[in-house]
Design a protein around this ligand. Sequence first.
Ligand code: A3P
Length: 296
Amino acid sequence: VRKMDSLPRTELFDFHGVSMTHSFTNNWENIQSFQARPDDILIATYPKAGTTWVSYILDLLYFGQNSPERQTSVPIYERVPFLELAIPIMDSGTDLADRLPTSPRLIKTHLPVQFVPKSFWEQNCKIIYVARNPKDTVVSYFHFERMAMNLPEPGDWSSYVQRFMQGKVVFGSWYEHVNNWWQKKDTYTKLHYMFYEDLVEDTGREIDKLCSFLGLSPSVEEKRTISGGVQFDKMKINKMTNYSTFKDMDFNISPFMRKGKVGDWKNHFTEAQRKEFDEDYEKKIKDPTLHFRVEI
Ligand code: A3P
């Protein structure tokens, strides 16, 4: 069954200096006036950085033990609402978040740091930012735009790479996103900045770091169970985490849980594209303390 008829493709437009589509700006007033609670946890990422992976890890850390039903019947995108998403086929992210019965609430956003609703800062909420190297991000985003029907049509790969470098993709420039969130760390102490590549390299170690940031102390056994349960192959066959129940994605084109690798960019970039991309990167990411690994 092709599920792609549900929504038309959308167009990018400039929104306060960031490329966006209406799906993420329609509900802007409610997003900006969203009332965060002090124990809310915000999972912030540029798209395709491993948002779903970290969302699932957090969900298991908080609710894995005592809510077995949640694990078998509530898809991850309902457990962890996507704050700015407002599309006709489902309730808006702010409504879903307002109705969440759990405490803490886990909330996902792709917003650049300057767009985050001010109540998250005022309430001093814990924020987890996940970043992924730009070459694997652009590959993942390309395949995602091919199959996620409410996003703009990606076009061909070589023009897509150009648009990514120019920031002409939804949520704007990857370079500004990762940089501005990195800067925020200096002034906002409750921000844990983590990397997709580290999670792939050693999931258990990254879960330990998350726990110490969140003030959680699960047993060794529980951590082992979580670390095993969130591996790519497990999440890919888990209907609650693989997005197969989400309308508006065409898995015939590409699955949501696509490859889950560091370095798949090598199968996409030509040598000329890599060179141009790297030169452009050097101009845009100047902070030597912000370092991305493109292989592990
Ligand atoms: P690929 O397209 O490279 O496979 P997001 O959740 O932010 O949209 O990110 C999706 C990307 O994270 C996809 O990347 C997806 O496969 C990957 N991913 C999700 N769960 C993962 C896991 N458990 N291990 C490794 N990668 C994972």
